[in-house]
Design a protein. Structure first.
Lengths: 405, 352
């Protein structure tokens, strides 16, 4: 037997092992050890040595809001207070591109949130919040109800025009823009219509009209920024990337915090083969998803040093959203999957899911690009049908799908 | 034109969003003991508790630390865990910060005790919902046989049926650990590949069986010993080092196959067995092993050894049949070479 040839050294090792095992068993039985707490998801925890270290930035407290909150606590039925506070939160969510403040606005309106027919002011804010959370159907229903009771509410008409445009209901959107024209600043009305014309094959004419309206307008900078952004998007539709670049640049110079215009500018830079410039434009602003996804794509396209880092960050963000059960960033996810991960089939599936929710030009282009990359032009049928039904003319879509017909 | 400003701000664009407000709660159940952690974004805590004392817009570590007791009280008030219907006690340990992708989170270690080992755990999470309707609590509950992640959207309890942490459960986990780990399978294969070669070419089944028994016996004994020792907390080695070393052990054995080092194989098996035992202990710890019971550890160890024995028996039987064919030589060389590559890649991936 081989076992009988065991040397003394081996016997010792085995003996020692057995003794140690018995000791270990005794310790286990006596329960001398405890289970150390696990670290949070593998991220290292730390405590700053310097007490003055700033660990978070929050919006500075507005004394007027603090006073209003106190009054609302004393009289929780006062919708006027809740509406004013919720409006401030929504504006904050826009200014900081942080959806957390939308949730705070919703919580402020909690008392009225689930009512069938809340006060009109609450209806408007509820629709705005729902629209921002990509819940377009219920937002639309709220706006229909609001307009039924307050037909002269310009804000309601404008919001419904935007929601209807996203849902590809251009008839309603046009009617709402016409109402806005009668009720509000002419530049708002021009921008409202131009966005629809840009989709439905009248981009050239819409561009001229909007440019003229901008020239004549004395509106404040934020409104001008909005109109200029719409103008830049019309330039993209026409394929005039040089004009789009300069128009987006004006908006970004006007308001460096405008994440939407910055994202648009980055897109145009990437389409005109300046990915390094696009990446530099987005550096330091990656906390906003729309900018993070473009930063990852631009770094990847430019073969920049941070490509891997931002790819990982974007993956993390998608995983976090999935964990939460959200699917409101389908557009970003599809783009990332197509342009960085290079998984055309999966990108196409995500882009089609996105198309089912929102139908803007960017969504259509994404479906088309993914379908072409996946070699499955048939999958772009819904987009083609939409193009035919609405006489859509877009230089990029035409290049991808060979025109509407 | 106050109206116009509002119009644009409210309507213009569909959200260009940050990561929304999430908190992370992890609970590990081991018998009647609870452990885990709660991580909440500093920005969210500021909304609920006004951490930013001077209203400056900047929260310093000193400000947050001063609010520590208030935060713990807030969490204690809004977090409840029951086991089979009766409340479990929870206490929060010393706070620390953890940086998630969207900023710093206040992280509290949790320990607790339930009246008896729960079969059904109910977690009621109601932090922050009153100030942020889009807040979500991402709750992960783990025990020996269970790992479940659920999202708390409101104050309704999250209920998880726990698999009992009996020796049987742990036996299955140990068995699965071996059969579902490519690394383990490759290692065992490399270990037994030359068994039909030594000392000369083994002819009789008896010799092969005895050789295998010695080799595997040494490995399994070392494995089980180290598992016990490490589970008892007598030895502590950083997990990452062990994982890298295990990947390298695959390389080592495979290289010895290629170099035809056929002597003293079971000494080597014993030493590597110690290493692998350490690896199993780390995995068992991550599973949430009851701290003060021998049975689960023995169950797990038995599962591991039985699975290994089964794998080895199948492999050796196959090798015995093939031992005189060209197929065996191909298997020995190509298999070992592949294992060198695979082990090196595993080690490299873990270093990153």
């Amino acid at each position: 037997m081989v076992a009988l040839t065991v040397t003394l050294r081996r016997r010792l090792v085995l003996g020692l092992g057995a003794i140690i095992a018995v000791v270990a068993a005794c310790v286990l039985v006596s329960g001398a050890n405890g289970v150390p707490p696990i670290a949070a998801r593998g991220y290292p925890s730390y405590a700053p040595a310097d007490p003055t270290t700033v660990i978070a930035q929050v919006p500075a407290r507005d004394p007027r809001e603090v006073a209003q909150r106190r009054m609302l606590r004393a009289a929780p039925d006062r919708a006027d207070l809740a509406v004013s506070l919720a409006r401030a939160e929504i504006q904050r969510s826009r200014a900081l591109s942080d959806p957390r403040y939308l949730g705070r606005a919703q919580a402020t309106l909690a008392r009225w949130w689930n009512l069938e027919a809340p006060p009109p002011d609450v209806l408007l804010l509820r629709a705005t919040i729902r629209q921002s959370l990509h819940d377009f159907l219920t937002a639309r229903a709220d706006l229909d109800r609001l307009i039924a009771v307050r037909p002269d509410d310009a804000q309601a008409h404008l919001t419904r025009a935007v929601v209807s445009t996203i849902m590809a209901d251009y008839t309603t959107a046009r009617a709402d823009c016409a109402r806005v024209a009668a009720l509000a600043d002419p530049l708002i009305a021009s921008t409202c219509v131009a966005q629809i014309d840009g989709i439905t094959g009248h981009a050239g004419q819409a561009s001229q009209q909007l440019a003229r309206a901008l020239e004549q307008s004395t509106a404040d900078p934020s409104l001008r920024g909005w109109a200029l952004t719409a103008l830049a998007e019309l330039s993209i539709v026409r394929g005039d990337f040089a004009a789009a670049t300069s128009q987006f640049r004006q908006v970004v110079d006007l308001d460096p915090e405008d994440a939407y215009a910055r994202a648009g500018l980055a897109d145009v830079l990437m389409w005109t083969k300046h990915p390094a410039e696009a990446s530099a434009l987005l550096a330091g602003r990656e906390s906003v998803d729309n900018l993070l996804v473009r930063r990852a794509i631009a770094e990847y396209a430019a073969a920049g040093p941070d490509a891997a880092k931002w790819t990982r960050a974007m993956r993390d963000r998608i995983a976090a959203a999935a964990e939460r059960g959200d699917r409101i960033h389908l557009r970003e996810e599809a783009r990332f999957t197509l342009e960085v991960l290079g998984e055309a089939r999966r990108a196409l599936a995500i882009a089609l899911d996105d198309w089912a929710v929102q139908k803007e030009l960017a969504d259509a282009r994404l479906v088309a690009a993914a379908a072409v990359a996946a070699g499955d032009l048939n999958a772009a049928r819904p987009v083609r049908a939409w193009m035919q039904a609405n006489a859509v003319e877009d230089v990029q879509l035409a290049k991808l799908l060979g025109g509407a017909r | 034109m106050k109206f116009a400003i509002l119009a644009v701000l409210l309507v213009s664009r569909v959200a260009a969003a940050h990561k929304p407000s999430d908190a992370h709660l992890q609970i590990v159940v081991a018998d009647d003991r609870l452990s885990g952690s709660l991580a909440v974004a500093i920005r969210d805590l500021d909304g609920a508790l006004e951490l930013d004392f001077d209203g400056s817009g900047q929260i310093t570590w000193a400000e947050a630390h001063a609010a520590g007791p208030r935060i713990a009280a807030y969490a204690a008030e809004r977090l409840a865990i029951t086991g089979d219907g009766s409340p479990c006690s929870i206490t929060f340990g010393a706070p620390a910060l953890v940086d998630f992708s969207d900023g710093a989170y206040w992280t509290l270690p949790i320990t607790g005790t339930c009246p008896s080992p729960p079969e059904m755990l109910a977690v009621t999470y109601e932090l922050l919902f009153d100030i942020d309707a889009q807040h979500r609590g991402i709750v992960q509950i783990r025990s020996a046989g269970t790992s479940k992640t659920a999202v708390a959207r409101d104050a309704s309890p999250i209920i998880v049926q726990l698999e009992p942490s009996s020796a049987g459960t742990f036996f299955r986990r140990g068995f699965g650990r071996v059969t579902h780990s490519l690394e383990q399978l490759v290692f065992l294969a490399c270990l037994v590949l030359p068994i039909v070669l030594r000392p000369k070419r083994r002819e009789s089944a008896r010799e092969v069986v005895c050789g295998t028994a010695t080799l595997f016996g040494a490995f399994a004994l070392a494995n089980a010993t180290m598992l016990l020792v490490s589970a008892a907390g007598l030895v502590q080695v950083p997990a990452i080092l062990v994982e890298i070393a295990i990947a390298l052990s695959v390389v080592a054995v495979a290289v010895m196959n290629l170099a035809r080092v056929l002597e003293a194989r079971w000494d080597l098996a014993f030493e590597l067995g110690l290493l692998h035992g350490l690896g199993f202990a780390i995995w068992l710890h991550d599973l949430g092993v009851p701290a003060h019971r021998l049975a689960p550890v023995l169950g797990f160890g038995a599962g591991v050894v039985v699975a290994q024995a089964a794998v080895v028996a199948v492999l050796v039987a196959g090798l015995f049949v093939l031992r005189r064919t060209v197929g065996y030589q191909v298997l020995l060389w190509a298999g070992s070479a592949t294992a060198v590559g695979a082990g090196a890649i595993w080690a490299l991936l873990r270093c990153l």
